[in-house]
Ligand binder design. Structure first.
Ligand code: ADP
Length: 568
Protein backbone atom coordinates (compact mmCIF):
# COMPACT_ATOMS: atom_id res chain seq x y z
CA UNK A 1 0.00 0.00 0.00
CA UNK A 2 2.69 2.42 1.04
CA UNK A 3 4.76 1.41 -1.91
CA UNK A 4 1.90 2.09 -4.29
CA UNK A 5 1.39 5.45 -2.74
CA UNK A 6 4.94 6.52 -3.28
CA UNK A 7 4.82 5.09 -6.74
CA UNK A 8 1.84 7.20 -7.79
CA UNK A 9 3.47 10.24 -6.20
CA UNK A 10 6.56 9.49 -8.24
CA UNK A 11 4.49 9.25 -11.39
CA UNK A 12 2.81 12.53 -10.65
CA UNK A 13 6.18 14.15 -10.10
CA UNK A 14 7.59 12.94 -13.41
CA UNK A 15 4.48 14.04 -15.29
CA UNK A 16 4.78 17.46 -13.64
CA UNK A 17 8.39 17.63 -14.74
CA UNK A 18 7.62 16.56 -18.31
CA UNK A 19 4.86 19.13 -18.44
CA UNK A 20 7.28 21.81 -17.25
CA UNK A 21 9.92 20.74 -19.74
CA UNK A 22 7.35 20.70 -22.51
CA UNK A 23 6.08 24.15 -21.60
CA UNK A 24 9.61 25.52 -21.47
CA UNK A 25 10.38 23.89 -24.78
CA UNK A 26 7.31 25.21 -26.55
CA UNK A 27 7.17 28.63 -24.94
CA UNK A 28 10.81 29.60 -24.72
CA UNK A 29 13.31 27.21 -26.24
CA UNK A 30 11.51 26.64 -29.54
CA UNK A 31 10.95 30.34 -30.35
CA UNK A 32 14.43 31.21 -29.13
CA UNK A 33 16.10 28.52 -31.19
CA UNK A 34 14.02 29.45 -34.24
CA UNK A 35 14.98 33.08 -33.80
CA UNK A 36 18.65 32.17 -33.55
CA UNK A 37 18.44 29.85 -36.54
CA UNK A 38 16.70 32.54 -38.54
CA UNK A 39 19.36 35.08 -37.60
CA UNK A 40 22.14 32.71 -38.58
CA UNK A 41 20.41 31.98 -41.88
CA UNK A 42 19.98 35.71 -42.41
CA UNK A 43 23.64 36.38 -41.72
CA UNK A 44 24.60 33.61 -44.13
CA UNK A 45 22.42 35.21 -46.76
CA UNK A 46 24.00 38.60 -46.11
CA UNK A 47 27.41 36.98 -46.40
CA UNK A 48 26.54 35.10 -49.58
CA UNK A 49 24.97 38.12 -51.29
CA UNK A 50 27.76 40.41 -50.10
CA UNK A 51 24.90 42.63 -48.99
CA UNK A 52 27.01 44.90 -46.80
CA UNK A 53 29.52 45.45 -49.57
CA UNK A 54 26.70 46.18 -52.03
CA UNK A 55 25.07 48.62 -49.63
CA UNK A 56 28.34 50.52 -49.17
CA UNK A 57 28.88 50.57 -52.92
CA UNK A 58 25.40 52.00 -53.38
CA UNK A 59 26.19 54.66 -50.79
CA UNK A 60 29.45 55.47 -52.54
CA UNK A 61 27.80 55.68 -55.98
CA UNK A 62 25.29 58.09 -54.55
CA UNK A 63 27.96 60.19 -52.85
CA UNK A 64 30.05 60.45 -56.00
CA UNK A 65 27.04 61.52 -58.07
CA UNK A 66 26.13 64.01 -55.41
CA UNK A 67 29.69 65.38 -55.45
CA UNK A 68 29.66 65.90 -59.20
CA UNK A 69 26.34 67.70 -58.99
CA UNK A 70 27.71 69.89 -56.21
CA UNK A 71 30.79 70.78 -58.28
CA UNK A 72 28.58 71.66 -61.24
CA UNK A 73 26.34 73.89 -59.14
CA UNK A 74 29.24 75.56 -57.42
CA UNK A 75 30.91 76.42 -60.73
CA UNK A 76 27.60 77.55 -62.23
CA UNK A 77 26.99 79.65 -59.11
CA UNK A 78 30.24 81.48 -59.70
CA UNK A 79 29.47 82.00 -63.38
CA UNK A 80 25.91 83.20 -62.91
CA UNK A 81 26.65 86.84 -61.93
CA UNK A 82 29.44 86.97 -64.47
CA UNK A 83 26.99 86.07 -67.22
CA UNK A 84 24.85 89.07 -66.25
CA UNK A 85 27.62 91.61 -66.63
CA UNK A 86 29.35 89.91 -69.56
CA UNK A 87 29.82 92.16 -72.63
CA UNK A 88 28.07 91.22 -75.85
CA UNK A 89 29.46 91.40 -79.36
CA UNK A 90 27.37 94.50 -80.02
CA UNK A 91 29.62 96.62 -77.86
CA UNK A 92 32.65 98.32 -79.42
CA UNK A 93 35.85 96.30 -79.18
CA UNK A 94 37.58 98.60 -76.69
CA UNK A 95 34.59 98.42 -74.33
CA UNK A 96 34.56 94.65 -74.53
CA UNK A 97 38.20 94.47 -73.50
CA UNK A 98 37.62 96.84 -70.63
CA UNK A 99 34.65 94.89 -69.40
CA UNK A 100 36.52 91.60 -69.65
CA UNK A 101 39.48 93.06 -67.71
CA UNK A 102 37.11 94.30 -65.04
CA UNK A 103 35.68 90.80 -64.66
CA UNK A 104 39.19 89.32 -64.42
CA UNK A 105 40.11 91.87 -61.79
CA UNK A 106 37.05 91.01 -59.75
CA UNK A 107 37.62 87.25 -60.09
CA UNK A 108 41.16 86.19 -59.36
CA UNK A 109 39.94 82.57 -59.63
CA UNK A 110 39.61 83.01 -63.41
CA UNK A 111 42.58 82.41 -65.64
CA UNK A 112 41.05 83.98 -68.72
CA UNK A 113 37.75 85.20 -70.10
CA UNK A 114 36.75 85.23 -73.74
CA UNK A 115 33.90 86.25 -75.98
CA UNK A 116 33.14 84.44 -79.20
CA UNK A 117 30.77 85.54 -81.92
CA UNK A 118 29.87 83.23 -84.75
CA UNK A 119 28.80 85.94 -87.12
CA UNK A 120 32.14 87.64 -87.06
CA UNK A 121 33.94 84.37 -86.15
CA UNK A 122 35.95 86.39 -83.70
CA UNK A 123 37.37 85.13 -80.43
CA UNK A 124 38.28 87.97 -78.11
CA UNK A 125 40.18 87.00 -75.00
CA UNK A 126 41.89 88.48 -71.96
CA UNK A 127 44.33 86.78 -69.60
CA UNK A 128 44.73 87.26 -65.91
CA UNK A 129 47.46 89.86 -65.62
CA UNK A 130 49.70 88.01 -63.17
CA UNK A 131 49.87 85.00 -65.52
CA UNK A 132 50.18 86.92 -68.74
CA UNK A 133 53.53 88.20 -67.57
CA UNK A 134 54.85 84.68 -66.94
CA UNK A 135 56.31 83.26 -70.08
CA UNK A 136 55.38 79.62 -69.47
CA UNK A 137 51.87 80.57 -68.52
CA UNK A 138 51.60 82.86 -71.44
CA UNK A 139 52.45 80.00 -73.74
CA UNK A 140 49.92 77.70 -72.14
CA UNK A 141 47.23 80.35 -72.43
CA UNK A 142 47.90 81.22 -76.02
CA UNK A 143 48.05 77.51 -76.87
CA UNK A 144 44.70 76.98 -75.20
CA UNK A 145 43.21 79.95 -77.04
CA UNK A 146 44.55 78.72 -80.36
CA UNK A 147 43.01 75.31 -79.70
CA UNK A 148 39.68 76.82 -78.69
CA UNK A 149 39.75 79.19 -81.64
CA UNK A 150 40.22 76.22 -83.93
CA UNK A 151 37.23 74.19 -82.89
CA UNK A 152 34.79 76.88 -81.80
CA UNK A 153 33.56 77.58 -85.34
CA UNK A 154 32.40 73.94 -85.50
CA UNK A 155 31.26 73.46 -81.93
CA UNK A 156 29.75 76.84 -81.10
CA UNK A 157 26.26 76.23 -82.57
CA UNK A 158 25.91 72.97 -80.59
CA UNK A 159 27.18 74.59 -77.44
CA UNK A 160 24.77 77.51 -77.79
CA UNK A 161 21.95 75.09 -78.44
CA UNK A 162 22.80 73.00 -75.37
CA UNK A 163 22.97 76.02 -73.11
CA UNK A 164 19.76 77.44 -74.46
CA UNK A 165 17.86 74.16 -74.02
CA UNK A 166 19.21 73.95 -70.47
CA UNK A 167 17.98 77.46 -69.74
CA UNK A 168 14.56 76.68 -71.14
CA UNK A 169 14.34 73.58 -68.93
CA UNK A 170 14.78 75.80 -65.91
CA UNK A 171 18.29 74.53 -65.42
CA UNK A 172 21.19 76.88 -65.09
CA UNK A 173 22.29 77.81 -68.61
CA UNK A 174 25.92 76.76 -68.41
CA UNK A 175 28.18 74.21 -70.02
CA UNK A 176 31.71 73.05 -69.23
CA UNK A 177 34.67 71.70 -71.12
CA UNK A 178 38.06 70.60 -69.90
CA UNK A 179 40.96 68.22 -70.31
CA UNK A 180 44.65 67.60 -69.92
CA UNK A 181 47.34 68.74 -72.27
CA UNK A 182 50.24 66.34 -72.22
CA UNK A 183 53.27 67.34 -74.15
CA UNK A 184 56.84 66.40 -73.68
CA UNK A 185 57.70 69.77 -72.28
CA UNK A 186 54.55 70.53 -70.37
CA UNK A 187 51.59 68.96 -68.65
CA UNK A 188 48.62 71.02 -67.55
CA UNK A 189 44.87 71.13 -67.08
CA UNK A 190 42.68 73.45 -69.12
CA UNK A 191 38.98 74.06 -68.68
CA UNK A 192 36.28 76.62 -69.22
CA UNK A 193 32.65 77.21 -68.42
CA UNK A 194 30.54 78.75 -71.17
CA UNK A 195 27.25 80.56 -71.45
CA UNK A 196 25.31 83.01 -73.62
CA UNK A 197 26.02 86.51 -72.29
CA UNK A 198 22.85 88.02 -70.83
CA UNK A 199 23.24 91.06 -73.07
CA UNK A 200 23.60 89.03 -76.28
CA UNK A 201 20.84 89.54 -78.81
CA UNK A 202 18.44 86.62 -79.20
CA UNK A 203 19.26 84.11 -81.96
CA UNK A 204 22.80 85.38 -81.94
CA UNK A 205 25.39 82.63 -81.74
CA UNK A 206 27.73 84.17 -79.23
CA UNK A 207 29.38 82.62 -76.18
CA UNK A 208 31.09 83.82 -73.04
CA UNK A 209 33.99 81.62 -71.94
CA UNK A 210 35.57 81.62 -68.48
CA UNK A 211 38.60 79.49 -67.63
CA UNK A 212 39.09 78.50 -63.98
CA UNK A 213 42.60 78.76 -62.62
CA UNK A 214 43.72 75.14 -61.98
CA UNK A 215 45.52 76.28 -58.83
CA UNK A 216 42.25 77.72 -57.58
CA UNK A 217 40.48 74.46 -58.40
CA UNK A 218 43.11 72.49 -56.60
CA UNK A 219 43.51 74.65 -53.53
CA UNK A 220 40.03 75.97 -52.94
CA UNK A 221 37.27 74.80 -55.25
CA UNK A 222 37.56 71.01 -55.03
CA UNK A 223 38.60 70.87 -51.36
CA UNK A 224 35.47 72.95 -50.62
CA UNK A 225 33.25 70.59 -52.62
CA UNK A 226 34.74 67.49 -50.97
CA UNK A 227 34.38 68.91 -47.45
CA UNK A 228 30.80 69.89 -48.20
CA UNK A 229 29.96 66.44 -49.53
CA UNK A 230 31.62 64.52 -46.74
CA UNK A 231 29.96 66.58 -44.04
CA UNK A 232 26.57 66.76 -45.73
CA UNK A 233 23.68 64.90 -44.11
CA UNK A 234 22.32 64.12 -47.58
CA UNK A 235 25.04 61.65 -48.27
CA UNK A 236 23.71 59.42 -45.47
CA UNK A 237 27.01 57.65 -45.05
CA UNK A 238 27.24 54.76 -42.66
CA UNK A 239 28.02 56.29 -39.31
CA UNK A 240 29.49 53.16 -37.71
CA UNK A 241 32.57 53.10 -39.90
CA UNK A 242 35.21 55.80 -39.82
CA UNK A 243 34.30 58.65 -42.17
CA UNK A 244 35.17 58.04 -45.82
CA UNK A 245 37.89 59.96 -47.65
CA UNK A 246 37.79 61.28 -51.21
CA UNK A 247 40.30 62.11 -53.89
CA UNK A 248 40.46 63.56 -57.39
CA UNK A 249 42.93 62.35 -59.97
CA UNK A 250 43.62 63.04 -63.63
CA UNK A 251 41.83 60.55 -65.85
CA UNK A 252 45.07 59.15 -67.20
CA UNK A 253 47.11 58.99 -64.01
CA UNK A 254 46.59 57.19 -60.74
CA UNK A 255 48.52 59.79 -58.78
CA UNK A 256 45.95 61.81 -56.83
CA UNK A 257 45.64 65.45 -57.72
CA UNK A 258 43.76 66.34 -54.53
CA UNK A 259 42.96 64.23 -51.49
CA UNK A 260 40.67 64.91 -48.57
CA UNK A 261 42.00 64.72 -45.05
CA UNK A 262 42.19 61.11 -43.96
CA UNK A 263 43.13 59.77 -47.39
CA UNK A 264 45.59 56.97 -46.67
CA UNK A 265 46.80 56.22 -50.18
CA UNK A 266 45.95 53.12 -52.11
CA UNK A 267 43.18 52.68 -54.63
CA UNK A 268 39.72 54.16 -54.19
CA UNK A 269 36.89 51.67 -53.70
CA UNK A 270 34.72 53.51 -56.25
CA UNK A 271 35.39 56.09 -58.94
CA UNK A 272 33.42 58.40 -61.14
CA UNK A 273 34.78 60.45 -64.06
CA UNK A 274 33.49 64.03 -63.93
CA UNK A 275 31.90 64.06 -67.38
CA UNK A 276 29.60 67.04 -66.95
CA UNK A 277 32.01 69.48 -65.38
CA UNK A 278 35.81 69.54 -65.23
CA UNK A 279 36.19 66.73 -67.74
CA UNK A 280 39.43 64.81 -67.46
CA UNK A 281 39.11 64.55 -63.69
CA UNK A 282 38.11 61.37 -61.85
CA UNK A 283 36.53 61.43 -58.39
CA UNK A 284 37.29 58.53 -56.01
CA UNK A 285 36.11 57.47 -52.58
CA UNK A 286 37.04 54.86 -49.96
CA UNK A 287 37.09 54.16 -46.25
CA UNK A 288 40.59 54.89 -45.05
CA UNK A 289 42.40 52.12 -43.23
CA UNK A 290 40.05 49.43 -44.42
CA UNK A 291 38.31 47.96 -47.42
CA UNK A 292 34.65 47.34 -48.11
CA UNK A 293 35.33 43.61 -47.93
CA UNK A 294 36.92 44.04 -44.50
CA UNK A 295 33.94 46.09 -43.31
CA UNK A 296 31.58 43.37 -44.51
CA UNK A 297 33.62 40.69 -42.75
CA UNK A 298 33.77 42.78 -39.58
CA UNK A 299 30.02 43.32 -39.60
CA UNK A 300 29.41 39.61 -39.92
CA UNK A 301 31.94 38.73 -37.23
CA UNK A 302 30.41 41.28 -34.87
CA UNK A 303 26.92 39.94 -35.49
CA UNK A 304 27.97 36.34 -35.02
CA UNK A 305 29.61 37.25 -31.72
CA UNK A 306 26.51 39.13 -30.54
CA UNK A 307 24.36 36.21 -31.61
CA UNK A 308 26.59 33.79 -29.74
CA UNK A 309 26.48 35.92 -26.60
CA UNK A 310 22.70 36.22 -26.86
CA UNK A 311 22.35 32.47 -27.26
CA UNK A 312 24.43 31.94 -24.15
CA UNK A 313 22.32 34.45 -22.22
CA UNK A 314 19.15 32.85 -23.46
CA UNK A 315 20.38 29.37 -22.50
CA UNK A 316 21.29 30.71 -19.06
CA UNK A 317 17.86 32.31 -18.74
CA UNK A 318 16.09 29.12 -19.73
CA UNK A 319 18.14 27.14 -17.25
CA UNK A 320 17.39 29.63 -14.46
CA UNK A 321 13.70 29.67 -15.32
CA UNK A 322 13.68 25.88 -15.27
CA UNK A 323 15.41 25.79 -11.91
CA UNK A 324 13.17 28.39 -10.34
CA UNK A 325 9.99 26.89 -11.66
CA UNK A 326 10.90 23.38 -10.61
CA UNK A 327 11.85 24.67 -7.17
CA UNK A 328 8.48 26.40 -6.88
CA UNK A 329 6.75 23.26 -8.10
CA UNK A 330 8.60 21.20 -5.51
CA UNK A 331 7.60 23.59 -2.76
CA UNK A 332 3.99 23.55 -3.90
CA UNK A 333 4.02 19.77 -3.87
CA UNK A 334 5.68 19.69 -0.45
CA UNK A 335 3.07 22.10 0.87
CA UNK A 336 0.19 19.97 -0.33
CA UNK A 337 1.86 16.86 1.14
CA UNK A 338 2.23 18.85 4.34
CA UNK A 339 -1.45 19.67 4.56
CA UNK A 340 -2.36 16.02 4.01
CA UNK A 341 0.18 14.84 6.60
CA UNK A 342 -0.82 17.36 9.21
CA UNK A 343 -4.53 16.64 8.89
CA UNK A 344 -3.74 12.98 9.24
CA UNK A 345 -1.53 13.60 12.23
CA UNK A 346 -4.20 15.71 13.93
CA UNK A 347 -6.93 13.21 13.28
CA UNK A 348 -5.21 10.10 14.66
CA UNK A 349 -4.48 11.29 18.20
CA UNK A 350 -7.88 12.99 18.39
CA UNK A 351 -9.62 9.76 17.41
CA UNK A 352 -7.61 7.82 20.00
CA UNK A 353 -8.33 10.37 22.73
CA UNK A 354 -12.03 10.23 21.92
CA UNK A 355 -12.11 6.46 21.84
CA UNK A 356 -10.37 6.03 25.19
CA UNK A 357 -12.27 8.88 26.83
CA UNK A 358 -15.61 7.33 25.73
CA UNK A 359 -14.57 3.95 27.06
CA UNK A 360 -13.64 5.53 30.38
CA UNK A 361 -16.94 7.42 30.41
CA UNK A 362 -18.93 4.26 30.12
CA UNK A 363 -17.25 3.16 33.39
CA UNK A 364 -17.24 -0.50 32.43
CA UNK A 365 -13.57 -1.07 33.12
CA UNK A 366 -12.83 -3.25 36.07
CA UNK A 367 -9.05 -3.55 36.17
CA UNK A 368 -7.34 -0.56 37.70
CA UNK A 369 -4.31 -0.91 35.41
CA UNK A 370 -6.60 -0.49 32.45
CA UNK A 371 -7.66 2.89 33.81
CA UNK A 372 -4.02 3.78 34.22
CA UNK A 373 -3.19 2.67 30.71
CA UNK A 374 -6.08 4.57 29.15
CA UNK A 375 -5.23 7.76 31.01
CA UNK A 376 -1.61 7.39 29.90
CA UNK A 377 -2.62 6.92 26.31
CA UNK A 378 -4.85 9.97 26.47
CA UNK A 379 -1.99 12.01 27.98
CA UNK A 380 0.54 10.80 25.45
CA UNK A 381 -1.72 11.47 22.54
CA UNK A 382 -2.52 14.97 23.77
CA UNK A 383 1.20 15.56 24.25
CA UNK A 384 1.76 14.53 20.65
CA UNK A 385 -0.99 16.86 19.59
CA UNK A 386 0.49 19.81 21.49
CA UNK A 387 3.95 19.03 20.14
CA UNK A 388 2.59 19.07 16.62
CA UNK A 389 0.57 22.23 17.17
CA UNK A 390 3.57 23.89 18.82
CA UNK A 391 5.70 23.01 15.81
CA UNK A 392 3.14 24.46 13.43
CA UNK A 393 2.73 27.62 15.50
CA UNK A 394 6.48 28.09 15.78
CA UNK A 395 6.83 27.53 12.09
CA UNK A 396 4.19 30.10 11.20
CA UNK A 397 5.80 32.61 13.59
CA UNK A 398 9.17 32.05 11.98
CA UNK A 399 7.67 32.39 8.51
CA UNK A 400 6.04 35.67 9.54
CA UNK A 401 9.30 36.84 11.14
CA UNK A 402 7.63 37.11 14.53
CA UNK A 403 9.38 34.32 16.37
CA UNK A 404 10.96 35.64 19.56
CA UNK A 405 13.31 33.89 21.92
CA UNK A 406 13.80 34.50 25.60
CA UNK A 407 17.40 33.88 26.48
CA UNK A 408 18.13 33.00 30.10
CA UNK A 409 21.13 31.53 31.82
CA UNK A 410 20.24 27.88 31.99
CA UNK A 411 21.65 24.69 33.41
CA UNK A 412 21.46 22.62 30.24
CA UNK A 413 22.06 19.30 32.04
CA UNK A 414 19.01 19.86 34.18
CA UNK A 415 16.97 20.99 31.18
CA UNK A 416 17.82 17.88 29.17
CA UNK A 417 17.16 15.59 32.11
CA UNK A 418 13.70 16.98 32.91
CA UNK A 419 12.71 17.13 29.26
CA UNK A 420 13.56 13.48 28.75
CA UNK A 421 12.05 12.41 32.07
CA UNK A 422 8.47 12.49 30.89
CA UNK A 423 9.49 10.88 27.64
CA UNK A 424 11.61 8.07 28.97
CA UNK A 425 8.69 5.84 29.75
CA UNK A 426 7.24 6.20 26.28
CA UNK A 427 10.60 5.42 24.73
CA UNK A 428 11.10 2.32 26.74
CA UNK A 429 7.49 1.27 26.20
CA UNK A 430 8.18 1.23 22.49
CA UNK A 431 10.98 -1.26 23.13
CA UNK A 432 13.87 1.18 22.76
CA UNK A 433 17.10 0.90 24.63
CA UNK A 434 17.66 4.36 26.03
CA UNK A 435 20.96 5.85 27.07
CA UNK A 436 21.48 9.26 28.61
CA UNK A 437 24.93 10.80 29.07
CA UNK A 438 25.23 14.21 30.62
CA UNK A 439 28.75 15.44 31.28
CA UNK A 440 29.46 16.98 34.64
CA UNK A 441 31.36 20.03 33.37
CA UNK A 442 28.57 21.77 31.46
CA UNK A 443 28.71 25.51 32.16
CA UNK A 444 25.51 27.56 32.31
CA UNK A 445 24.50 28.71 28.82
CA UNK A 446 22.17 31.47 27.70
CA UNK A 447 19.28 29.72 25.99
CA UNK A 448 15.56 29.79 25.48
CA UNK A 449 14.44 26.82 27.62
CA UNK A 450 11.31 26.03 25.74
CA UNK A 451 12.93 26.22 22.32
CA UNK A 452 15.82 23.93 23.32
CA UNK A 453 13.42 21.46 24.91
CA UNK A 454 11.36 21.44 21.76
CA UNK A 455 14.42 20.86 19.57
CA UNK A 456 15.46 17.93 21.76
CA UNK A 457 11.97 16.44 21.61
CA UNK A 458 11.87 16.81 17.84
CA UNK A 459 15.18 14.94 17.51
CA UNK A 460 14.20 12.18 19.95
CA UNK A 461 10.83 11.86 18.30
CA UNK A 462 12.49 11.46 14.89
CA UNK A 463 14.80 8.80 16.30
CA UNK A 464 11.72 6.98 17.54
CA UNK A 465 9.88 7.34 14.26
CA UNK A 466 12.69 6.40 11.93
CA UNK A 467 14.04 3.24 13.58
CA UNK A 468 13.02 -0.21 12.48
CA UNK A 469 14.79 -3.23 13.97
CA UNK A 470 17.62 -1.68 15.93
CA UNK A 471 15.72 0.20 18.62
CA UNK A 472 18.20 2.41 20.36
CA UNK A 473 18.25 6.05 21.34
CA UNK A 474 21.18 7.77 22.94
CA UNK A 475 21.23 11.35 24.16
CA UNK A 476 24.50 13.01 25.22
CA UNK A 477 25.39 16.45 26.41
CA UNK A 478 29.07 17.38 26.43
CA UNK A 479 31.51 20.22 25.95
CA UNK A 480 33.37 20.52 22.67
CA UNK A 481 35.66 23.40 21.76
CA UNK A 482 33.74 26.52 22.73
CA UNK A 483 30.31 25.01 22.63
CA UNK A 484 28.00 22.62 24.38
CA UNK A 485 26.83 19.82 22.12
CA UNK A 486 23.51 18.11 22.46
CA UNK A 487 23.59 14.85 20.57
CA UNK A 488 20.81 12.41 19.69
CA UNK A 489 21.84 9.05 18.24
CA UNK A 490 19.81 6.25 16.77
CA UNK A 491 20.44 3.03 14.87
CA UNK A 492 17.52 3.52 12.56
CA UNK A 493 17.02 3.75 8.83
CA UNK A 494 19.56 6.52 8.36
CA UNK A 495 19.60 9.20 5.68
CA UNK A 496 21.14 9.03 2.23
CA UNK A 497 24.04 11.50 1.81
CA UNK A 498 22.20 13.35 -0.96
CA UNK A 499 19.33 14.09 1.39
CA UNK A 500 21.32 15.07 4.48
CA UNK A 501 21.26 18.79 3.69
CA UNK A 502 17.69 18.83 2.41
CA UNK A 503 16.10 17.37 5.53
CA UNK A 504 16.62 20.72 7.24
CA UNK A 505 14.46 22.48 4.65
CA UNK A 506 10.86 23.14 5.47
CA UNK A 507 8.37 20.44 4.45
CA UNK A 508 11.14 18.16 3.23
CA UNK A 509 10.64 14.46 3.92
CA UNK A 510 12.88 11.70 2.64
CA UNK A 511 11.76 9.36 -0.11
CA UNK A 512 12.18 6.22 2.05
CA UNK A 513 8.96 4.10 2.15
CA UNK A 514 9.13 4.00 5.94
CA UNK A 515 9.14 7.78 6.04
CA UNK A 516 6.06 7.90 3.86
CA UNK A 517 4.39 5.47 6.13
CA UNK A 518 5.23 7.49 9.19
CA UNK A 519 3.32 10.55 10.15
CA UNK A 520 5.18 13.81 9.97
CA UNK A 521 4.94 17.36 8.77
CA UNK A 522 8.49 17.92 7.54
CA UNK A 523 8.75 20.91 9.85
CA UNK A 524 10.63 19.47 12.86
CA UNK A 525 14.20 19.72 11.58
CA UNK A 526 13.69 23.11 9.97
CA UNK A 527 12.58 24.38 13.37
CA UNK A 528 15.54 22.74 15.07
CA UNK A 529 17.87 24.48 12.66
CA UNK A 530 16.16 27.83 13.14
CA UNK A 531 16.37 27.49 16.91
CA UNK A 532 20.03 26.43 16.84
CA UNK A 533 20.96 29.33 14.56
CA UNK A 534 19.03 31.79 16.69
CA UNK A 535 21.29 30.69 19.54
CA UNK A 536 24.35 31.43 17.43
CA UNK A 537 24.92 27.73 16.93
CA UNK A 538 23.95 25.12 14.38
CA UNK A 539 22.66 21.63 13.88
CA UNK A 540 24.43 18.93 11.92
CA UNK A 541 23.85 15.36 10.98
CA UNK A 542 26.04 12.32 10.48
CA UNK A 543 24.25 9.41 9.02
CA UNK A 544 24.53 6.27 6.94
CA UNK A 545 21.53 4.50 5.46
CA UNK A 546 20.49 1.45 7.52
CA UNK A 547 23.15 2.26 10.09
CA UNK A 548 21.60 5.14 12.00
CA UNK A 549 21.96 8.85 12.46
CA UNK A 550 23.60 11.27 14.86
CA UNK A 551 22.06 14.73 15.12
CA UNK A 552 24.11 17.32 16.98
CA UNK A 553 22.98 20.73 18.14
CA UNK A 554 26.03 22.87 18.93
CA UNK A 555 25.32 25.81 21.25
CA UNK A 556 28.18 28.30 21.74
CA UNK A 557 29.09 28.84 25.37
CA UNK A 558 29.51 32.55 24.84
CA UNK A 559 26.72 32.95 22.38
CA UNK A 560 25.82 36.04 20.45
CA UNK A 561 22.20 35.30 19.93
CA UNK A 562 21.15 36.28 16.46
CA UNK A 563 17.52 36.47 17.24
CA UNK A 564 15.25 36.92 14.29
CA UNK A 565 18.09 36.73 11.79
CA UNK A 566 18.16 33.01 11.55
CA UNK A 567 16.08 31.56 8.82
CA UNK A 568 14.00 28.47 9.00
P1 ADP B 1 9.01 14.87 9.91
O1 ADP B 1 9.70 13.95 10.82
O2 ADP B 1 7.81 15.50 10.48
O3 ADP B 1 8.79 14.30 8.57
P2 ADP B 1 11.42 16.48 10.13
O4 ADP B 1 11.71 17.85 9.65
O5 ADP B 1 11.56 16.23 11.57
O6 ADP B 1 9.97 16.15 9.62
O7 ADP B 1 12.33 15.49 9.38
C1 ADP B 1 12.49 15.62 7.98
C2 ADP B 1 12.85 14.30 7.35
O8 ADP B 1 14.16 13.92 7.73
C3 ADP B 1 11.99 13.16 7.81
O9 ADP B 1 10.81 13.08 7.05
C4 ADP B 1 12.89 11.95 7.59
O10 ADP B 1 12.82 11.55 6.26
C5 ADP B 1 14.26 12.50 7.86
N1 ADP B 1 14.72 12.21 9.24
C6 ADP B 1 14.68 13.03 10.30
N2 ADP B 1 15.22 12.46 11.39
C7 ADP B 1 15.64 11.23 10.98
C8 ADP B 1 16.27 10.12 11.65
N3 ADP B 1 16.60 10.16 12.94
N4 ADP B 1 16.56 9.00 10.92
C9 ADP B 1 16.22 8.93 9.62
N5 ADP B 1 15.63 9.96 8.95
C10 ADP B 1 15.32 11.08 9.61
Amino acid sequence: MSFMKSNTAGKKRTSDRTRLLLTLELAIILPAVSLMAFSVWNLHKIQRDKAIEAAIQRDFTYVLGFAEKKAWHKAAGILNPVRQEFPSCNSPGSDIKKQLDKILAEHPEFLYVALYDKDTDLLLWRFQERHAADEAWHKRLTDTMTMIDKWLPFEAPDMVHRVRVGGEKDEMPFGFEGGWVERDDDHYYWNFGYFIPAAAPRDDVSLGLVGFDPEYLRNSFFPGVITDVLSSKNTALRSDANPPAMMIRPAKSYIPWITSSGWDGGKPEMERPLVNVFQGMVLGIKYPGTTIAAIGAKFLRYNYIVLGALSLLMAGGVYMAYRNISREMNLARLKSDFVANVSHELRTPLALIRLYAETLELGRLTAKEKYQEYFRIIREESERLSALINNILDFSRIEAGRKEYEFKETDLGELVRTTLESYRFQIEQNGFAFEENIAADIPPVNVDREAIARSLLNLVNNALKYSKDQKYIGVSLYRANGSVNLEVRDRGIGIAPAEQEKIFEKFYRCGDPLVHNTKGSGLGLSLVRHIAQAHGGNVSVESAPQKGSIFTIALPIDPHPRQGQATA
